[in-house]
Design a protein around this ligand. Structure first.
Ligand code: NOJ
Ligand code: CA
Length: 699
């Protein structure tokens, strides 16, 4: 590790004069100063041109304001160059190389102190507010964070509405000036609340008129609400807002306190945005000492059955008056459409064992779904009480005998308060029955009613769940939780999150092919997504229940998603019987790893296409995945990432020449050929299609 430290204690003369640092290669330059009112100001240049023009920094609480009247009392700078090894991820080694500038400030009446710490990387900027322990400020009822990002011109934005409760939206691609119309076109989700203004969520992506891409997000969201961005459509000036509780308070802070990092990932090459590890770098190192029990995995599940239109239910009974733990479930009339039953679960276990899939998820196994289905306001689940037709002991022993891991499901129906009360009992029940992983969910309006899905209380709740899970050596995949901000570095048992519109929407209107061409630029910068790829039966009409939904994909594209949507907890979402219909294509899902030694982004354009190559962490095999939007395209796959002089056998899973997401999604071909680092191919991809390639060293 190289560490260069220089400390400058400056006199009052520093006021007004800018302090500047450049990123290690010099591509980015940061200037920090205070204006005539003593408001902290920063600006950012990229390759010699202004990217962010002078922008204000500040926090405002009921008790005190940290917005103006500041003078700089000192600065610290340091250059850090170090490499760390994630427990799992896209890279075996991650380089963390930045120049840091800490600006210490003081304001009077009453005396108060603020440090803004900046880290300038070659691929972007992170900064946070640090409120040290101080005599005149003990706690803050935070009303506002007025961090500005003053972009100029009329950038193109890739964004979703600034909803407090859900991120399960399709993405807009809009000029900043047309953002109001884009936002007005969104329908409000059931039980969610959206802010006013031209508010969008992060991560968001923009492209400046000069062609520079910027991903705006945050890192290490802990003890603070999620950030929103309010865009001024006429100037492209952006100001942060924070998700409030229902009293309108943004956060209750006790000093000392450091806010999350505000992050800008910057490059004029779209591929760099995908490759950036800036958000992980700004998170704290792993807090779990022994990580040997954290194991990336693939899984199948009793899940898609409930979405296909076959009228299968999570609930055991249709009696909505059933009350978990009170009603005698044995006396209830089963509805006969409940797939979380012992025989069906055994079928999934057999399928997983036969095909070397690590785990089986079962949804609808526990008491409470009758209540949930009715959307009653007092909903509750029991996390240690199974339905009568789900035999916990038999399933535990059967799965163990087949070498398959069971994954538990905890749908809380957003009753987070009750989940906290049950958490210890729930996790003990899991361990007693040999479950090492849980999928959590928060569908509905949050209980306590004072809160939103992404307010400070829920951010704390989810971290509490993750820490508690780590104590029990449990891995977590959370759905409907606050969007990820790289905390999976600190808590690598947090394998995946949903926190975006996932594959489930293929049965609820569909996801256009462009959707998975934007998620890696936006949502995925915070951490892996449980997108649930692997859909082979893409026509919901197949199930003959009057459904007309058509997934925005071909089969070959579903295979490519295992590369373009990397996750250490990756589902094969379709029904076993659908995989049995296409065994040669399913072979790719069986083979594809979920943990990588290296990744190379070969081609990328937001909302249009992505081509990526990855090296398996546990072998010498490389894999390539390429996807396009609703337009056909010829991907250029340049194999120069392969080691020189070595031959590889490429097994190529591609769209057939006449494949099309809309009317011919199941037409694919599997070809093999030999390639070397000198090979370059033009690969046809169908509208809404994709290509997946496995490369094994030739014998
Ligand atoms: C929403 C989740 O995203 C989905 O995966 C799950 O099946 C349902 N909630 C029911 O818990
Ligand atoms: Ca969901």
């Amino acid at each position: 590790m190289k560490l260069l430290i220089s400390t400058l204690m400056l006199t009052a003369a520093i006021n007004m004069a800018a302090v500047s640092i450049t990123s290690p290669s010099g591509s980015l330059r940061l200037d920090v100063s205070t204006d005539s009112l003593g408001t902290p100001i920063y600006s950012l240049d990229y390759k010699g041109k202004t990217l962010v023009s002078p922008s204000r920094l500040g926090l405002k609480a009921d008790e005190v304001a940290f917005t103006d009247g500041f003078s700089v009392t000192g600065i610290d700078t340091v250059t850090v160059d170090r490499t760390w090894q994630p427990v799992w991820g896209e890279y075996a080694n991650v380089r963390d190389h930045f120049r840091e500038l800490a600006v210490h400030m003081k304001a009077a009446n009453p005396d108060r102190y603020l440090t803004v710490r900046f880290r300038l990387f070659d691929d972007g900027l992170g900064f946070r507010y640090e409120l040290p322990r101080q005599d005149n400020v003990n706690y803050m009822t935070l009303r506002d964070e007025s961090t500005q990002f003053n972009f100029t011109g009329d950038p193109t934005l890739y964004c979703i509405p600034g909803d407090y409760d859900t991120d399960e939206y399709l993405w807009s691609e809009t000029k900043a000036s047309a953002l109001p119309e884009a936002l007005a076109s969104y329908k409000r989700h059931n039980e969610s609340q959206r802010s006013g203004g031209n508010m969008v969520q992060t991560p968001m992506l923009l492209q400046s008129p000069d062609g520079v891409y910027v991903n705006i997000h945050e890192a290490a969201l802990v003890g603070y609400p999620a950030m929103l961005i309010n865009v001024d459509p006429s100037t492209a000036a952006m100001t942060t807002d924070l998700v409030p509780d229902r009293l309108g308070v943004k956060a209750y802070l006790q000093l000392p306190f450091n806010t999350p990092w505000r992050t800008l990932i910057v490059s004029d090459d779209a591929r760099d945005i995908l490759a950036s590890q800036l958000i992980l770098n700004l998170n704290e190192p792993c807090k779990i000492e022994d990580t040997s029990w954290i194991k990336p995995m693939k899984f199948v599940g009793v899940w898609w059955e409930m979405f296909t239109g076959k009228q299968k239910t999570w609930a055991y009974s249709d009696d909505y008056r059933a009350k978990p733990g009170i009603t005698d479930y044995d006396a209830l009339k089963p509805n006969g459409r409940h797939p979380a039953n012992t025989a069906n679960v055994k079928r999934y276990i057999d399928f997983a064992a036969k095909h070397g899939i690590d785990g089986v998820l079962v949804e609808g196994w526990n008491q409470g779904w009758e209540d949930w289905a009715s959307y009653r306001k007092n909903r509750q689940f029991l996390f240690d009480k199974a339905y009568p037709d789900f035999d916990v002991d038999t399933i535990r022993d059967y799965a163990a005998s087949k070498g398959v891991k069971m994954i538990m499901h905890h749908e809380t129906a957003a009753n987070a308060a009750d989940y906290e009360r049950q958490l210890d009992a729930a996790f003990r029940f899991m361990k007693d029955n040999n479950y090492d992983a849980v999928k959590t969910g928060y569908v509905g309006a949050i209980i306590p009613r004072s809160e939103h899905h992404t307010s400070q209380w829920m951010v704390d709740h989810v971290r509490h769940v993750i820490e508690k899970a780590a104590e029990y050596r449990i891995m977590v995949d959370s759905h409907e939780a606050p969007r990820p901000t790289g905390l999976c570095r600190t808590y690598p048992n947090w394998l995946a999150q949903e926190s975006a519109r996932g594959g489930e929407f293929e049965s609820m209107g569909g996801n256009p092919p462009s959707h998975t061409c934007i998620l890696p630029f936006t949502r995925l910068k915070g951490g892996p997504m449980d997108y649930t790829p692997g859909l082979f039966e893409t026509r919901l009409s197949y199930y003959n229940e009057g459904k007309s939904d058509q997934a925005g994909t071909t089969i070959a594209r579903q295979l490519a998603l295992y590369l373009t949507m990397p996750s250490p907890m990756q589902m094969a979402c379709d029904l076993p019987e659908n995989y049995e219909r296409f065994p040669d294509a399913f072979q790719f899902i069986k083979d594809v790893p979920v943990d990588w030694a290296d990744s190379r982004y070969l081609e990328a354009a937001p909302m249009r296409y992505i081509t990526v190559a990855r090296l398996d962490k546990n072998s010498d095999d490389w894999y390539v995945g390429a996807i396009t939007d609703e337009n056909a395209r010829e991907a250029i796959i340049d194999f120069s990432f392969l080691p020189k002089g070595k031959k590889y056998t490429a097994t190529i899973y591609e769209d057939a020449p006449d494949a099309h997401w809309k009317d011919n999604p199941q037409a694919y071909r599997i070809l093999t050929r030999t390639v070397t680092s000198k090979t370059r191919i033009k690969q046809h991809i169908a509208p809404g299609g994709g290509t997946a390639i496995r490369l094994t060293p030739a014998k």
